[in-house]
Write a protein that binds this ligand. Sequence first.
Ligand code: AGP
Length: 606
Amino acid sequence: MCGIVGILGTHPVSGDLVDALRRLEYRGYDSAGIATVENGHLGRRRAEGKLRNLEQRIAEDPLKGLTGIGHTRWATHGKPTETNAHPHMSERVSVVHNGIIENFRALREDLKAKGHVFDSDTDTEAVVHLITEEFNRRGDPVAAVKAALPQLEGAFALGIIFAGHDDLMIAARRGSPLAIGHGEDAMYLGSDAIALAPFTSEITYLEEGDMAVLRRLGAEIFDAAGQPVKRTAVKSQASSLLVDKGNHRHFMAKEIHEQPEVISHTLAHYIDMAEGKVNFPDLGIDLSALSRVTISACGTAYYAGLVGKYWIERYARVAVEVDVASEMRYREPPLPENGLALFISQSGETADTLAVLRYCKEQGQRIASIVNVRTSSIARESDVVLQTLAGPEIGVASTKAFTCQLAALASLALALGRARGTISAELEQELVKGLLEVPRHIAEMVADERPYEKLAHDLSKARDVLYLGRGINFPLALEGALKLKEISYIHAEGYAAGELKHGPIALIDENVPVIVVAPEDGLSEKTVSNVQEVAARGGQIVLISNGKPDAAGCELLAHIKVPDAHAFTNPLLYAIPVQLIAYHTAVFMGTDVDQPRNLAKSVTVE
Ligand code: AGP
């Protein structure tokens, strides 16, 4: 969940390192640092908190050198302090690291006994002293790293520089992403292509277990067995324009407002607009014999998977199992012949999701992934990649990626239905027509945010908030609760409305707003009775529906009106109010909307 960068440059690198770190801040932002080789010596500047604090530190005490590494941190081991910020270093070696070294304590004790002095609480510092120990023993940096890597247990992406070696940087990857950039008499290293976009678009992605020896004239890559290997360079699509907020106050606001456009792009990718029917990539499996779809993801992507389950089971009549990746990876469920395993991930780098993908591949499943980053690890390890065309999503709280995931899932459900003969051509055309109206409806919904600004004031006083939904709206209740808690820090829970009487109703009093996602579909009467049960106990109700407020039969704290649309498309439309409720409540609370505390955009550690 950290961002790492390295430059073997032709001019002083500290400014470029910081610029690259700014493009990686979404991966973690609790501290940052850079280190360079200058006149044969290692120099370092680090700062706690946001990148601007590091910039200040460097302005006060500049760092020269044409070779350097940088890091923006999401703390795993050791508090987010300057002492624990990367790069870590000894006199001879400096390292930046993304991942978790699981045997760091044993290494630390062994290295301390050999006289190494530690000054941080991090797992990464054990890597520094292990490589230093091997360097002292062998006198050669490459041999030292080759000897050290097998002693590490756990996940890492490493960038390593050495005192006295101005034309050398070593990189290594196991379980965390790492890319090499090829420049003019310069070489680059980064957690992803976005960081390297201003320097080069020629990118080589290291594979699992790879180690790379970078010099200005090129890179030598060794595979997990230590054998020299060629990895092809690709042209990166990452834009060199640093994504900016436009005229929005936050990236999240911008990304909420981009949804009509990016959902259109995603739908156009899967639907033949002229024919009014899905035009889906070949999944490479006999769909008529498809036995089961297994979906695994994390967080918001998992909730998208839950929505997908309702659609696929209803329209393609095939059983769907959905589970959070952190559970499925250790549950190791038995999987059937002719099964499709589908992974949903905005970043394409979520460690738990990638782990389940590898398990399902071992179990002979056909692997498909719905990702927003085409060059990500999950995409590269899939048989079929189903892209969301949401564009870079910078806000940590996922919004446009979620609705684009839904657009892809809805299209997949129809493709499976047609292939399996479980939907007629007429029904397919009707449902596709409904999908094609979604961008227009969402544009209408994001045009007026005033109801949310008022509601935010009421919700900001809440101790807890309950979200309720029934049927395909239940995952939207879960998503709404996640959005609210992750950016406003107010505790919120999503519940199946039918579960209310099985416990959560005990929570209800005038201090617990209840947000009910209830389009007027076949289940709304039942949900209305839940609403009245809440009202009867003094609960404050926010009803999100396409009906009239008085349909609730009780007083409401607020009614959020959603346009009438085809019921098939409700999950896409009802995502908007729960996003805007969370956004405006967080703004009212004054939290860091785009970079909420303790979170990072891409969870590349388990
Ligand atoms: C969503 O708002 C959160 N930021 C988080 O739950 C996220 O959806 C989850 O970490 C999965 O990330 P991914 O889609 O990149 O795999």
